[in-house]
Design a protein around this ligand. Structure first.
Ligand code: NAD
Length: 398
């Protein structure tokens, strides 16, 4: 196993989580150089995590000859510039979500890394939570049958830094910030080869005095007829609500990643001043997470990224995925304005183009299609059928 030396850009919340997931456990890959625009913050961060070098010069951090990988944990409007510099330095690039503020920006980033021929990974941690990975493997093994409907929800009381609330810097509100997770979670379950076709979206600014949306709901329709539904909020009270549901022709999987994980505490006196990300109280009933970075997927994510790098293959999440996510979100913004279904515009589609919605007709016998079977309370079996010739619906009881 190779060990990688990382240039970490940013010492905010995500820089902290990323560094913690790399340094807290016995991992071969370590942050070697950290950049913060504030020299004092860079120094403190480096001391805290035992990082050999720190600087307030972003280009110098990226060009450090001792590092091979650049991890971008900067505000959304700074991703592009960081990617340009890192690609020019020939480094592997791992960029946080959302990749771009919109699809055009994300496409520029994709083109830059592909032209430079450097490794690129999209740090979509919620596609890598232990529960998501396990559910994904079950879905891929057919445990829920054909995927019909994926619901994904991320809601919390709003982000922790000024720049998120500034449209120019963030590129949008709860949708671009949280919807990016939901969209990619659903793409993984439905299948990344299946084209997202069109979207319908409601978005509103219900509470916060900002230009962007603080609440939104969207439906994303895929070429195989599957629907992805996402709900996002920057004004949900009570902590961080991260839930997913995958329904298929043969079953359903429900996941709660953060608030109702089976770990609940009541304390009248409180304990410390931090419970979990976006938790709103430190007393009363609390919902901590046993291992926050692990349950949010960061460890599995970095393992996949560095393993892929070492084996010369793409990781599960690449810049291409980040671009598709941005394209879906662009369509959501359009639909929220037009109040109509809007097409997902993908100038670069690399998945399948031959997928259509499957037939709903399942043969029961030569003369009938099956609608459903049900065991009744009296022990009898009811079979509901459609006669092929007449279209008549009938039931057989045995
Ligand atoms: N689950 C996740 O994957 C996840 C969670 C949180 C944030 N993020 C993403 O990480 C990125 C950073 O978010 P964050 O929560 O760490 O934000 P933050 O505000 O906590 O930290 C941002 C960092 O960038 C620095 N910075 C801010 N403005 C700058 C400027 N003009 N020039 C140079 N540096 C500047 C700050 O000093 C800080 O080090 C965003 O793209 C965000 O969407 C991802």
């Amino acid at each position: 196993m190779k060990s990688h030396k990382v240039t970490m850009l940013g010492t905010g919340l995500i820089g902290y989580f990323y560094t913690r997931s790399l340094h807290e456990q016995r991992r071969p890959d370590r942050v070697h150089t950290v950049y913060s625009r504030n020299a004092q913050k860079a120094k403190q961060f480096a001391e805290h995590w035992g990082i050999p070098k720190h600087t307030s010069d972003m280009a110098a951090a990226i060009n450090d000859p001792e590092t091979d990988t650049v991890v971008i944990g900067l505000p959304n409007d700074l991703h592009l510039e960081a990617i340009r510099l890192a690609a020019a330095a020939g480094k592997a690039i791992l960029c946080t979500k959302p990749l771009g503020r919109n699809a055009a920006e994300a496409k520029q980033m994709l083109d830059i890394v592909e032209k430079a021929g450097v490794f690129h990974g999209y740090l979509e941690d919620l596609a890598y939570t232990p529960k998501t990975l396990e559910a994904l493997s079950k879905v891929q093994r057919g445990v829920v049958g054909r995927v019909l409907w994926v619901r994904s929800r991320e809601a919390h009381p709003g982000p922790h830094s000024d720049w998120f609330w500034n449209f120019e810097q963030s590129g949008g509100g709860a949708m671009v910030d949280l919807g990016c997770h939901c969209v990619e979670i659903a793409r993984n379950y439905i299948g990344k080869d299946v084209k997202p076709v069109e979207v319908m979206c409601w978005a509103a600014t219900q509470v916060k005095p900002i230009e962007a949306e603080d609440n939104a709901i969207a439906l994303v329709k895929y070429a195989d007829g599957a629907i992805a539904q996402f709900e996002v909020s920057w004004c949900f009270r009570g902590g961080m609500d991260l839930r997913d549901e995958v329904s298929g022709t043969e079953g359903v999987i429900r996941l709660d990643h953060f608030m109702r994980t089976g770990f609940e505490i009541f304390t009248a006196v409180g304990e410390g001043d931090y419970v979990a990300e976006k938790a709103e109280s430190t007393k009363g009933w609390l919902f901590p997470t046993a291992d926050e970075v692990h349950s949010l997927g960061y460890n599995h994510m970095f393992t996949d990224m560095f393993d892929a790098m070492d084996h010369g293959k793409p990781p599960m999440e690449t810049f291409y995925d980040g671009y598709v996510v941005n394209a879906i979100l662009d369509a959501c913004y359009k639909s929220a304005k037009s109040k109509r279904w809007e097409p997902v515009e993908l100038v670069d589609w690399r998945g399948r183009t031959d997928i259509t919605e499957p037939s709903v007709y399942v043969d029961y016998d030569d003369k009938h299609y099956l609608i459903k079977e049900e065991k009744m309370p009296d022990g009898k079996l009811k079979v509901i059928l459609k006669e092929k010739a007449s279209g008549k619906i009938l039931q057989q009881v045995s």
